[in-house]
Structures are given as C-alpha cells and as structure tokens.
Design a protein around this ligand. Structure first.
Ligand SMILES: NC(=O)c1ccc[n+]([C@@H]2O[C@H](COP(=O)([O-])OP(=O)(O)OC[C@H]3O[C@@H](n4cnc5c(N)ncnc54)[C@H](O)[C@@H]3O)[C@@H](O)[C@H]2O)c1
Length: 277
C-alpha cells in the first residue's frame, strides 16, 4: 500500500542487478511511493543483469557507470538532473564487490590488488559519488543519501573478509561527508546496516546460509528481508527523517544488540549433545 511518501521526489538508484538486489527492492518501493528516478550500474551488470525489466516497470532511464570513475559519475548526475528537470532529492549507493571473496582467498592471505579494488568499489565510490554531487550541487536542500552497510564493520564475522574493512570505511565516509554536506547544503547522509540477505553479492560470502540461520535465531524480530529494507530506506528518503544524519542505522531485527538468544542456545545445545563423528 502506497503512502505517497516520495511524491514529487526525484533521485538516483545505484546497484540494482536482479530481482534479489536490495537496490531493486528499494527502486520498486520508491516508485510505489511516487518517486521518479534514474538507475545506474556498470556496463557489465547491464549485460548480465535484468535492469531493463526494472527500468520498464519503474519508467526509469538507465545511465551506465562504473562507480570507480569520476567522469562516469558526473555523467550520471548531470543526465539525471536534465532528465528530471532540476536538482534531485535522494541517492542510493548499493554497491559492493570483493575479488578476495569471489576467489575465496582468506583474510590472512589477501591479494592486495584485490583488497585495494574492494575498498575502491565498495567504499571509496561512496565518497566519489558524494564529492561529485557536492561539486555539481546536484542534491536539493534536505535531500537524503543512503549507503548500505553490514555489521561486520563493527564485529568480526567469519567469512566476511575484506568487505568488513570496506564497510567500516563506508560508514566513516557517511559521518565525515555527512558533516560537510549537512553544514553546507542541508543534505543528510546515512548508512543502513542490513541483515544478511540472499542476493548475488550476499551469496558470495562464505557460509552465508548458516550465517543467515544464525542471525535469524539470534534476532528477536528475525532477519530483515530485502523488501523490509526497502521500506526503511523509503522513510530515510522521505521528509519524515529530515534531522537524521551521519548515522549508521541497524536494520537487523535486533541482532546488533544481542549476545545469546534462547533460540540460538537451543540449537547450540542440540549440536553439543549430538553424537557427531
Ligand atoms: N546481501 C546482504 O546480505 C547484504 C547485507 C548488508 C549489506 N549489503 C550491501 O548491500 C549492497 C547491495 O548488495 P546486494 O546484496 O543487493 O547485492 P547485488 O549483487 O544485487 O548488488 C551489488 C551491486 O554492486 C554493483 N557493482 C559492483 N561493482 C560496481 C562498480 N564498479 N560500479 C557500480 N556498481 C558496481 C553490482 O553490479 C551490483 O548491482 C552492497 O553494498 C552490499 O554489501 C548486503
């Protein structure tokens, strides 16, 4: 059911690949809530993903860009402003990639070229996006920028590898740029720290299924789904959260404040009692 929370608002959504993507779910909800936006992803993702389908559904123009390239980001912002008739209201950064994760290299055996690439794609791209928007003065006063993060930025979770470092940097950029953008142009910047979710990027993490079961058992409200993440994101793009900025906001069913739950303890005890060989 639509509440028209984004009626009249315009934006850019980076990182929708297929129906499972968090950005895909967010784009659908933004559209339902009355927003108009452009979509962006890499040329490779456009070839192998299903972005065309989303573009038709949401009546959104696709502007290809590699988020590690400033000139391509400038094009996305400039074209979006032209297409939507002026400065925009919101930006979603939903981008992450690690070759170390993909190639199953462990954190104690990282390839440093891949490591630099992980940081560049998954975190520095957020700064690049913000700096581009700031210099072009592309975002309206009281506009909102959201990046997607994960609790591995604060706590060590086996298998998350160098993406943990990327998320720590991403959240730090939200604070540092959040101060400057808020002070100078009244634009807010936050990250949502989302539960593990079965997407293409998510499924690359070693032991993802077990991790999702664990966090689900540990969270009093259970894991947050992609669709629930989209609902939360809509509130952050709406005028109902105008004074929320520089925050990392947990959207994880309570997982981040748990130590041990009854549900997880029961599972653990069962495993201890089992006659395993
Ligand atoms: N799935 C999860 O469990 C989970 C949990 C918390 C946070 N996140 C974060 O959510 C975001 C979206 O991931 P997702 O789970 O929806 O997976 P996804 O695979 O659907 O999305 C990742 C996107 O990043 C894009 N991308 C990769 N390199 C790029 C580049 N150089 N330039 C522009 N785009 C590039 C991909 O094309 C893809 O669309 C990521 O930041 C991810 O770390 C995911």
């Amino acid at each position: 059911m639509s509440h028209n929370l984004l009626k009249g608002k315009t934006g850019i959504i980076f990182g929708a690949l297929d129906e499972k993507s968090l950005a895909w779910n967010i784009a659908e909800k933004c559209y339902e809530e009355g927003a108009q936006f452009t979509l962006s992803n890499t040329p490779v993702a456009l070839r192998f993903g299903q972005l065309e389908k989303l573009s038709e559904k949401c009546n959104a123009t696709i502007i290809p860009a590699d988020a590690t390239k400033v000139d391509e980001l400038q094009t996305v912002f400039s074209k979006s402003i032209d297409l939507m008739g002026g400065k925009i209201d919101f930006v979603l950064h939903s981008i992450g990639m690690s070759h170390n994760v993909r190639k199953k290299l462990s954190y104690s055996d990282l390839n440093y070229d891949y490591f630099v690439k992980t940081l560049d794609i998954s975190a520095i791209s957020f700064h690049r996006m913000l700096q581009t928007a700031y210099k072009l003065d592309a975002i309206k006063e009281w506009g909102s920028v959201v990046g997607l993060s994960y609790i591995a930025a604060q706590r060590t979770l086996t298998g998350y590898n160098d993406m943990a470092d990327a998320k720590a940097l991403l959240e730090s950029i939200a604070r540092s740029f959040g101060y400057i953008y808020g002070r100078d142009k009244k634009v807010r910047i936050n990250t949502i720290s989302q539960s593990p979710t079965p997407t293409t990027a998510g499924s690359g993490v070693k032991g993802m299924e077990g991790l999702m079961d664990f966090t689900n058992r540990m969270s009093p409200l259970g894991n947050a789904s992609a669709s629930e993440c989209a609902d939360y994101c809509v509130t952050l793009f709406s005028d109902l959260t105008k004074k929320v900025t520089m925050q990392n906001l947990y959207h994880d069913g309570g997982f981040s404040n748990m130590g041990m739950s009854l549900n997880a303890m029961q599972m653990y005890n069962k495993a201890m009692d089992c006659d395993c060989d």
